[in-house]
Ligand binder design. Sequence first.
Ligand SMILES: *Cc1c(COP(=O)(O)O)cnc(C)c1O
Length: 435
Amino acid sequence: MAKATDFRYNTGATRVPWAAVGENYNVNDLMEIIRFLMQGEGKEYEDAIAAVKEQVAKLDAVSTPPGKLSLGSKVEGAEEASNAYLGTDSSTFVTNATAGFEIAYKYANLKPGDEVIVPAITFIATMAYPLSIGAKLVFADVDPVTINMDPADVARKITPKTKMIVPVHIGGYPVDMDPIMELARKHNILVLEDAAHAFGAMYKGKKIGTIGDFAAFSFHEVKNITSFGEGGIATTTVPGFKDHMKRARFVGMDFSHKIKDWLYDVSAIPGKEEPFVAVNYSTTEIQGLGLSLQIARNEEIIAQRRQAAEYLNSRLAGNPALICQDLGNEDIKPTFHLYLLQIDPEKAGGDVQTFKKKLEAKGVTNIPHFGPLYRFRVTEQMGYNADEIAKTCPVCEEVFYKRFTHLPLYGLSQDQLEYMADAILESIAEMQAGK
Ligand SMILES: *Cc1c(COP(=O)(O)O)cnc(C)c1O
């Protein structure tokens, strides 16, 4: 049987080929993967494993190994699935969303002292790169209902040094992109969408991640869908940049062109003002396969999450102290990555800290995961003053410390959903009764 050959040289079936290392996987390796993905113990499990192993050995005898394990047809397949789903042609499968953001930041030729406007409430990954190179983070205050970046505050915080605006679609609820894009065009600023939670969300008939100049989605294991634990899709609307984006993923390597007596060329990636050097964010074929399988299920997953959110809203809407997750409308279609629940402290007779303790005591896990970024020590260590910044983000301070929490929407039985709704209503009733 002809051996799969190493991708770089593609020597084919020669006397001395550069064999692909992918052929080294064997029946035992595959059984370990099956044991990992389908875990268990006990006699029944071991008997089932032994039966499968026997069949896998038969399969091994009549099959060939994959040969390619990185950046091959499965990665391309995932990108095509993402393109078809999003209505773009620029999907580039990278190691994670944070890597996708880096490509955009590098395209902007971001330098120390350049300003980047991020929402006050997000995950640290949104701003990790600009923070790491000494660019200046400017924190936009948030909308009190969605806790997304408030476009009016973005407008107030733009200066001649602003190079990028980074809207984050928190919980998969689309940011109001029109005013953000208008500001950006007016001031020649690039927009990077942090779409980590928002694969499949829609804004005014367009998929989130196809509106800004760049975007990246996350397929980390905690998001709506995953590519075996890690992964991201980066997209761009910058004319002519999509092929460069692929090279930006893998050290700028260019197989379409060769230098003398060499197999390929390497060139810098064109940035907005000057070229930049690419590093390596390559993904594996297994991740590509995993992502394609999950993209096919994405709509069904969003629909299930939506149903759970609708149920919670129907149960919670009666109590005026509870402000439910906004379910969207014709123009705004969220992915329901999280259930954002807010309370009105005056009507509840206490703030969210008390409420969260009551929920925890009833066994309902709620995660105040997304908080004011300027409160982290790393921000202080990089020279920022949290209390000064807090004064410029009053809504963020109010909603984070007094009003909101996040609840899970997926993988719950109807019983668990009902229990959660009961626990919320009981907790708020206790607070209202002064208990
Ligand atoms: C998870 C997350 C990211 C980072 O995604 P990775 O794929 O893990 O790099 C970025 N932004 C937000 C808001 C996130 O929740």
